[in-house]
Design a protein around this ligand. Structure first.
Ligand code: GLV
Ligand code: MN
Ligand code: MN
Length: 422
């Protein structure tokens, strides 16, 4: 074949690969599809199970073998060199309630397509490839988030996770058994790669296509239970009240004040209350109890510690003001920590080769790579999110940016597989 016709053939291959990716992305997005254009695939639900089965069919069609570990992490294994160690890539197919189509799912599908493309050109590969769909990254139905990768990295015991219940009392074990995605597989991995949508605005604002993630923000998440006493909303005089809903509301407002007061030019503090459950939640009843989750994040450990200490000081004041008792329950904490610098360089060299504009970013959101980077050399990449919209049915990444990410991830995987990272 002449050079021109070889180039034409490879351009055709690329556009076929791009079409195949977009077609698979569209098929995947039909599982748990919502009227507002998003998906609802909370961990261990029927919709999550359907997505997992669809993914299984997709990769088995390309010669992967699919296995599950004890907490439902789904491993798609591509053996290129019998007996060689594995490089893993992945993200998650579960979603928030009324979540977007891209969060997690883009990363799993990109990893699978990069592996499929590598299979066609695997000369020089020194590693086998695993694509991992981590169980319950989102942490909405079952807390905490990043559950499957937390067990894989030894941060949470599998037994504790399997006994964790959703608000209706269903355990993780029951949910996984009901969708048939539980097993006893385990895998040692030599390195981990993940690509995800940014879920923020910085790439779009800076006109960049690729974010090289240099570190995580630190995060402290606490479950609080505010205990009051059930009473009549009209008949009980104010002085006699122990209003759990008042106490919980003051805590929500305190968290917001702390974000405003502790953010500096250099280091922002971000706080939220994303979950709030009132008991008995009846119109003429002063609440006896509220369960809520407060989340504090910052890039700087000292700023985060100061904000955290202030939150706990305010808890004591709120107990007095609302005449309630506030107990702290489970916590989920991760530190601000760097990703592997040599991995960032390798990703930068890959982006240079493809002519893709890139910059460094930090991740505010947690990811499975937040856990994996603590046990193996890890590379984390972002593609832009339109207007930074995230955990929302309107979440969007353009086809062009998705495909640029797939090309880059394929290039990077090829280099990692040939031994350029570990
Ligand atoms: C993810 O789990 C997050 O809390 O960002
Ligand atoms: Mn995600
Ligand atoms: Mn998410």
């Amino acid at each position: 074949m002449s050079t021109t016709s070889t180039a034409a053939a490879s351009a055709t291959d690329r556009s076929e690969a791009a079409r195949a990716f977009l077609a698979d992305f569209r098929s995947m997005s039909t599982f748990g599809a919502t009227a507002g254009g998003g998906v609802d695939r909370q961990a261990g639900t029927a919709a999550d199970g359907q997505t997992r089965n669809w993914f299984r069919g997709l990769v088995e069609g390309h010669g992967f073998e699919v296995r599950y570990d004890a907490v439902g992490n789904q491993f798609a294994l591509l053996e290129l060199i019998p007996g060689a160690p594995y490089v893993a890539m992945g993200s998650h197919l579960d979603s928030q309630p009324l979540g977007g189509r891209f969060d997690g799912a883009y990363g799993v599908l990109t990893a699978a397509h990069a592996a499929i493309r590598l299979k066609e050109a695997a000369q020089g590969a020194k590693f086998n490839i695993a694509v991992i769909n981590w169980f319950n990254e989102e942490g909405c139905r079952f807390k905490p988030s990043m559950m499957g990768s937390s067990v894989f990295t030894g941060k949470l015991p599998a037994e504790q996770v399997l006994e964790t219940t959703d608000p209706h009392g269903t355990t993780v074990r029951e949910a996984l058994e009901s969708i048939g995605t539980i097993g006893d597989f385990s895998l040692d991995v030599a390195a981990y790669l993940e690509i995800h949508i940014e879920q923020g605005r910085s790439l779009e604002d800076d006109g960049l296509t690729i974010g090289l993630v240099e570190s995580t923000w630190g995060a402290n998440k606490y479950e609080f239970v505010v205990h009051g006493e059930q009473a009549h909303t009209g008949a009980t005089v104010i002085a006699d009240r122990h209003d759990a809903l008042l106490g919980a509301s003051l805590l929500v407002a305190a968290a917001r004040d702390i974000a405003d007061e502790f953010s500096t030019e250099e280091h922002a503090v971000i706080t939220s209350c994303g979950e709030f459950t009132v008991f008995p939640n009846s119109p003429v009843v002063v609440a006896s109890r509220v369960n809520l989750l407060v989340d504090l994040r910052s890039t700087d450990p000292d700023v985060l510690a100061a904000a955290d200490a202030e939150l706990h000081r305010r808890v004591a004041a709120i107990e007095q003001r609302a005449s309630v008792e506030i107990k702290r329950g489970a916590e989920h904490v991760w530190a601000s920590k760097a990703y592997d610098a040599s991995g960032m360089k390798l990703a930068a060299a890959s982006a240079d080769k493809l002519g893709l504009p890139y910059g460094t970013v930090r991740t505010l959101a947690g990811h499975d790579s937040t856990n994996m980077k603590d046990i193996v050399p890890t590379i984390m990449l972002f593609v832009p999110s339109v207007e930074g919209i995230s955990h929302n049915e309107k979440e969007l990444t353009s086809d062009e940016d998705m495909l640029a990410g797939v090309d880059l991830f394929t290039e990077l995987l090829g280099r990692v597989a040939r031994g350029e990272f570990v």
